[in-house]
Design a protein around this ligand. Sequence first.
Ligand code: XMP
Length: 516
Amino acid sequence: PVLVVDFGAQYAQLIARRVREAGVYSELVPHSMSVDQMLNKDPQAIILSGGPASVYVDGAPTIDKRIFEAGVPVLGICYGFQVMAHELGGRVDKAALGEYGKTEAVIDASKGILQDSPASQDVWMSHGVAVIQAPEGFEVLAHTEGAPVAAMQDPARGLYGVQWHPEVTNTPLGQDLIEHFLHDCAGLPSNWNASNIIEDQVQAIRREVGPHQVICGLSGGVDSAVAAALVHKAVGDQLTCVFVDHGLLRKGEVEQVKHDFVKATGIKLIAVDASDDFLAALKGVSEPERKRKIIGEKFIRTFEKAARQVVEQAGQKGEEVRFLVQGTLYPDVVESGGGDGASNIKSHHNVGGLPDDLNFTLVEPLRALFKDEVRAIGTELGLPDEIVWRQPFPGPGLGIRIIGDITRERLDLLRDADAIAREEMTKAGLDRDIWQCPVVLLSDVHSVGVQGDERTYGSPIVLRPVSSEDAMTADWSRLPYDVLATISTRITNECTGINRVVLDVTSKPPATIEWE
Ligand code: XMP
């Protein structure tokens, strides 16, 4: 893989994605990982990300110099570039002029990572510290007003660095730079694409599963549907999908999944109504992490029951279902603290929320993938657009969209409000413009309203429409006011107990997409 070393930048995941868009497999690792561990991964190239620190501050994160002597091509970006310059004996100091945002870079030599570049480029900068002098052996490729060395290279040692952010779309020629580094400087072919991923995964799944029975937890969302289709391609009828109605689903979802999925894929499906069980376990629980753990555990217990049913139906007494397929994605792993050294933001029910006494071996063919890659695979596998382009819906469902205890009454109320919001957004043709729109019920908050001359004391509904590329970062969507107005009017008229509709206008970070 190409290792992207994370120095704490919000852009590290973005770099990893851009590398994959260039057709090269990439993995994120924390800067705290030892150089030996990094080299054990047999990296084809290494990219050092940006970060919030300054290299000359005490305790600033750094990297063992040996990384630059291992014979692996390295590209340093922003902070990573400064670390490289600093470690190799260049001069890094406070910039005479900090540069934030769009900046003009003057290209001094269009070669290496900047080959074919025009004489100047618009680039996206964010730095108050600059490389004043490149280390010995390096050639300066570009400068800006505030950065005497804005790009440099030492091709003999395979070392490259750039002060600006090539990974953001605000640097129009940024992807070219990344591709020049990967293909021309590091000599890596472009071979990471949907059909190769499918082929690799199908082989890997066959090897792992052998002749055994497999079940797949199907949520109705893109991820588990694609995971199921992939496993089905690998082991055919050894796969049975289990769809759990945990009582936290949206309106119409049970019927939709049962019908659409089976029709599209022909995969065997068992639907289980476990809502009493889930809701009893969640009674009185309002703390988000506890909700997630309970839901994660209940899912597994439900799958265990379903597994026994599968064995009975297959008439293979004595045989057990050993494998459970989940549609876990790379961002789930990273955000649940399961990535190498990442911190735990929330326990996604299918990663950090799993019980300790798990008897299944997990099969997670999408564990290294981002959402756009999963969609590409889904399409390649022949899944219809209605499944591939469904907006994400979290496994714990409405359970993490009721702020407070979960009761059937509150669920019904939220289900109605959510259905109205979805219906109006679809009617306005907004489904592909937004990434997803959680609708949240603040059950423990009450405010005064007036309806038909009567005082009301009801709860608010929050609309949380976001746009995003991969759910790791997101911005709030600027929905047309008339659509918001219609949704608000309908929800307050049709959902008794709701007397206010509010719009969440926070990006991620600092907020997350879901409220819990
Ligand atoms: P957050 O709220 O972490 O959400 O910004 C990022 C994306 O993940 C979804 N999400 C989950 N999906 N199990 C899931 O399958 C979970 O426990 C979970 N929590 C959040 C969320 O809807 C968004 O798309």
